[in-house]
Design a binder for this molecule. Structure first.
Ligand code: GDP
Ligand code: MG
Length: 181
């Protein structure tokens, strides 16, 4: 490997989608800033955060987009999806309606993407075990049938949050590397 290659930089766009109040914004703030908010803020417009991680000694950056409230009106625009190579599709394990919506989100994602997207199905609010409405098996089996990675997370207590993002980013990096090789 020559020096030029080692200095190579990667920047990948990753989107977070899923129904309102499943914890999308908190997953991102937990990952990017280690913050959690109990109040859901209905921010207007789109926000993203850039996060770096090291893979194979290379700096890999992910520009992670948050819908910031557009999903309340089912009005996530095509610009939001444009160029995305990774996606976290989030539901709330305590609300089955949010799990039922996953198919619709997957459809919307595939309608708007013109490339292969590394996808992670995320069952968030793992801490709400007592009022769980979607079993781990249901999550796993949907993920298997749709070809998605699967993980349960808690933005509240941090369980698996970093792992959820990093698996997606590593998968994107690996598929890009496979293309180069
Ligand atoms: P978004 O609309 O999908 O962006 O959801 P938010 O991140 O705004 O979160 C919606 C609500 O769920 C807020 O009141 C959060 O405090 C709460 N929340 C988010 N993640 C978790 C979690 O992992 N566990 C629990 N118990 N609550 C969460
Ligand atoms: Mg939000």
């Amino acid at each position: 490997m020559d020096d030029e290659e080692e200095g190579e930089e990667y920047l990948f766009k990753v989107v977070i989608i899923g129904d309102s109040a499943v914890g999308k914004s908190n997953l991102l703030s937990r990952y990017a800033r280690n913050e959690f908010n109990t109040n859901s803020k209905a921010t207007i417009g789109v926000e993203f955060q850039t996060q770096s991680m090291e893979i194979d000694g290379k700096e890999v950056k992910a520009q992670i987009w948050d819908t910031a409230g557009q999903e309340r009106f089912r009005a996530v625009t095509s610009a939001y999806y444009r160029g995305a190579v990774g996606a976290l599709i989030v539901y709330d394990i305590s609300r089955s309606s949010t799990f039922d919506s996953v198919q619709r989100w997957l459809q919307e994602l595939s309608t708007h993407s013109d490339t292969t997207v590394a996808k992670m199905l995320v069952g968030n609010k793992h801490d709400l075990e007592e009022i769980r409405a979607v079993s781990v098996e249901e999550g796993k089996s949907l993920a298997e049938s749709e070809g998605l990675f699967f993980i349960e997370t808690s933005a509240l207590d941090s369980t698996n949050v970093r792992t959820a993002f990093e698996i997606v980013i590593k998968e994107i990096y690996n598929s890009v590397s496979r293309k180069i090789l």
